[in-house]
Design a protein around this ligand. Sequence first.
Ligand SMILES: Nc1ncnc2c1ncn2[C@@H]1O[C@H](COP(=O)(O)OP(=O)(O)OP(=O)(O)O)[C@@H](O)[C@H]1O
Ligand SMILES: [Mg+2]
Length: 225
Amino acid sequence: MTLRAKGIYKGFTSGSGFLPVLKGVEMEVGEGEIASVVGASGAGKSTLLHILGTLDRPDQGEVEINGKNVLGYRGKRLAEFRNRELGFIFQFHHLLPEFSAWENVALPQLIAGFPLSVARKRAYELLEEVNLAKHSEQFPNQLSGGEQQRLAVARALANRPKLVLADEPSGNLDKKSSEELHDLIWELNRTYGQVFILVTHDEELAHRAHRVYRLKDGILVEEKG
Ligand SMILES: Nc1ncnc2c1ncn2[C@@H]1O[C@H](COP(=O)(O)OP(=O)(O)OP(=O)(O)O)[C@@H](O)[C@H]1O
Ligand SMILES: [Mg+2]
């Protein structure tokens, strides 16, 4: 899995006029890498992550994943691409409240067309991996914040995505839970070669990544890589 973003521009129009946020972002992430993106609040990190994950479109520019122009995907093809190739971990994890932990992990697999028996088995394996096996029958609102975040990780990994986009995944966790979550990300990267793009305010964590990008004044500068 490789990712390349070229000349990304994005702005928003609101009551106070047009606000340019990304002004020609260039980015490259290679096979088996963890890349981090740091920058001040409001710099445009989430905006960029949404564009890289095809959840939003840039005003200008290109996003290539494995050499394919993903901005050209529409409709069913786009939905399938997101479901099969990408994993998303957000700060507000968007778990489905009416489904149990294992069902939340099984759902993306069912959407991808796996039979329930397969999806369930893999859901339990993933819950084991994120240390939630004991909680598989609980609903999201019956889990602690850290447990919900780990559940969101398990769900993001359900279809073995080659690229995982994580926006402040440990933002609302205590020190121990966030360290555990980071260890898990690094372990998954080592074991499965999954590529992670990690937005974080934590400079120390950011510098553990293979590549570090800083977003400032709408431009991405590579600090390490
Ligand atoms: N849908 C939108 N409409 C208008 N403005 C937006 C929209 N989304 C983001 N913005 C603006 O774009 C700028 C960048 O927002 P973004 O969420 O990308 O910042 P961020 O770097 O992720 O910040 P944080 O670290 O606080 O999460 C902000 O000034 C924000 O107000
Ligand atoms: Mg953000």
